[in-house]
Design a protein around this ligand. Sequence first.
Ligand code: URA
Length: 240
Amino acid sequence: MERLDKIIASQGIYSRKEVKQLARQGRITVDGKAVLSSDVKVDAENSHIAVDGSEICVKKHIYIMLNKPQGVVSAARDAVTPTVIDILPDEFKVRKGLFPAGRLDKDTEGFVLITDDGDFAHRILSPKKHVSKTYLATLGKPFDNVIIQKFKDGVLLKDGSRCLSADVRLVEDGENPVVEVILHEGMYHQIKRMFAACQNEVIALKRIKMGNLHLDENLALGECREISYKELCMITDEKA
Ligand code: URA
């Protein structure tokens, strides 16, 4: 049970003060009955809460899949550069406490999960959970089996740290081969540093999958959509 003003305000449309006024004016109903005081406690999950007759769909948390374009930083706030939160449509941006669960470099594109659920973010980022992240990398130099073996053994980065075993396979050959890389951890600039340690170079990078959930191909760069509970479970590989 939670206070009515807290429940409604958490959806980002009305402030607590506005909720108080709306209640006084008799414009809020819980299960069809007007509630004149906004400090009453309500079971948010099992009640029908409405303002002026329109039901408020109470969601404890929100989970958004964004196809991040280049030039945008994976942070909640930044004084100079647009962030992944800044580029969300207003309907999502009104929600408080949103942050990206994990970081992509400013020049990396692709799947960023944005949420206000700290526990879920912790679960998908924890190295113990081994939630894989899949990327497409375009390379500056030829690709070969030596790189496959080094990735399998765990690449030794130039700063002396050793990566966990990772999978890499050729997707498209050519002057700038495209490879798919699956990581089970997330170190700073990891894929770029792994290829640099193999005397190669990443010239473009895109995250296409988190766990078993693919980036929706219908999302153009900069577009986003909410993901379903079933899709959320595909990230952590739990049964929906
Ligand atoms: N590895 C990188 O080098 N950059 C990213 O953005 C993600 C993984």
